[in-house]
Ligand binder design. Sequence first.
Ligand code: FAD
Length: 383
Amino acid sequence: MNLELSEEQSAVRQLARDFVEREITPHVVAWDRAEAVDRGIVDKLGEVGFLGLTIGEEYGGSGGDHLAYCLVTEELGRGDSSVRGIVSVSLGLVAKTVAAFGSEEQKRRWLPGLTSGAAVGCFGLTEPGTGSDAGSLVTRAVRDGDDYVLNGTKMFITNGTWADVVLLFARSTDAPGHKGVSAFLVPTDTPGLTRRTIHGKLGLRGQATAELVLEDVRVPASALLGEEGKGFSIAMSALAKGRMSVAAGCVGIAQAALDAAVRYAGEREQFGRTIAHHQLVQELLSDIALDVDAARLLTWRVADLIDRGRPFAVESSKAKLFASEAAVRAANNALQVFGGYGYIDEYPVGKLLRDARVMTLYEGTSQIQKLVIGRALTGVSAF
Ligand code: FAD
């Protein structure tokens, strides 16, 4: 893999850096305290093309390869993981899945809105009783003439409160195992669909996370995405790419932790000199720097594999596993460098740690990623 960025990739990264500095950084603390990022950020993300990366221009996308997508995701994660998550879900899990599996009609209906920011997407897989074991979901889709009628509850849905469309996974047939799950594109204003914002999150406080309740929600058969009964493999395919995006966001967190810690170590004086002079502080900085580099290289490898059309799912699990744990370590080490000041939200590292923590949980916990890697190594499924 060539680790030199092309001119185009460098320009996209610079565009993302400038965007974060202008549109996100000034508001981060206020959004975190208010438990809501400004909804207007979605339009701005759309205007600059970040919601259409890797999607074809014929559907309103801005093209670009997966490395460019990672670079933007990293910069957004460096700025605010709540904003990064909007893109990773609306573009990464929803628009890209519609582009990959949707009919021409579905692409024309949903992609221009999702890529411009006029519409927001959310991904409805998890339920109150099924998280890691997503294949056991119990939301039902029953065929009734030309329609499906949906009933069930979805939990912890990122963008859920704001979304215009939910990519919803429901059991549509009685066939055993995963084959009974189908994917549907459900407009969130469909009668019978209600949402409740989940408050009090440890991190990602600016993000609109919701519980979705579906009571006799009626959608036409044309809302089915891909073939009936293939929904679980569609979900797994979306998450395989999604994990790369989470990993890139984690690189951003770790990089932000490094930047802040190095800066602070050069300013704060104890024992008559800046703390950068103390060897144990340098050890903390060096550990963070190593985590940043290793996480970034694992993540870029996934992007490179996708862009070359090679298998990438296990590598994506490795990148997500390592980068999420690295982000937690890096933010925690940075907080140590800040001492007591790291513990209050006038300084950035406490939020980085709170935001990082969920990355080891969603889109498959660290334990689930290890089972994916272990299955690839041994041929034995230990789920
Ligand atoms: P559980 O599955 O109950 O796991 C509990 C513990 O048991 C974990 O440590 C887990 O690793 C461990 N465990 C479970 N099974 C095994 C096993 N076989 N071997 C070893 N250990 C095991 N979901 C969506 O569908 N869409 C979203 O947009 C979305 N956004 C989210 C945003 C946030 C802020 C959060 C917190 C969650 C979000 N989720 C979303 C849900 C997330 O993907 C789940 O929380 C996650 O998959 C874990 O499921 P669970 O919480 O039910 O934990």
